[in-house]
Design a protein around this ligand. Structure first.
Ligand code: ATP
Ligand code: MG
Length: 140
């Protein structure tokens, strides 16, 4: 499998509970490298744009409100098959269904406040990385 990059976000429930280091350790222990990282406060317009694919979903307004409720940490993770690997490390969207040892099983508070975001395809990863980072900020 080829080396890939994926976009990760540590969500406001994770930064609020000071879990940045514990979650980053999960990525690094699994062999993913954090090759870009920054902490930022999303605006409503930025959160709406990032989650634009979910605009018609019933949970969209609550999701945007949650994503602007505190700081997030945006990251680029790199490694073998990083897109799929990261989603394995994250676990299922609903922590009640997340496998033991996954980030969401260990840390998520709810299906909405589920601690992490990870790109779901290589194509979306490229778009999402470009949303947060310029080339000069990514050091592989
Ligand atoms: P993410 O895109 O954040 O990595 P995901 O791909 O596992 O998560 P999506 O289906 O893309 O899940 O949903 C995006 C986010 O919207 C979820 O991570 C969660 O925060 C929120 N969400 C998804 N489904 C629900 C739901 N039924 N109720 C409330 N919030 C939800
Ligand atoms: Mg998703």
């Amino acid at each position: 499998m080829a080396t890939e990059r994926t976009l990760s976000i540590l969500k406001p429930d994770a930064t609020r509970r000071n879990l940045t280091g514990k979650i980053n350790a999960k990525f690094e222990e699994a062999g993913l490298r954090i090759i870009a990282q920054k902490r930022l406060q999303l605006s409503v317009a930025q959160a709406e744009a990032f989650y634009g694919v979910h605009r018609e979903r019933g949970f969209f307004r609550d999701l945007v409100t949650f994503m602007v409720s505190g700081p997030v940490v945006a990251q680029v993770l790199e490694g073998e098959g990083a897109v799929a690997r990261n989603r394995e490390i994250m676990g299922a969207t609903n922590p009640a269904n997340a496998a033991p040892g996954t980030i969401r099983q260990e840390f998520a508070e709810s299906i909405e406040a589920n601690s992490v975001h990870g790109s779901d395809s290589a194509e979306n990863a490229a778009t999402e990385i470009a949303f947060f980072f310029s080339g000069i900020e990514i050091v592989g």
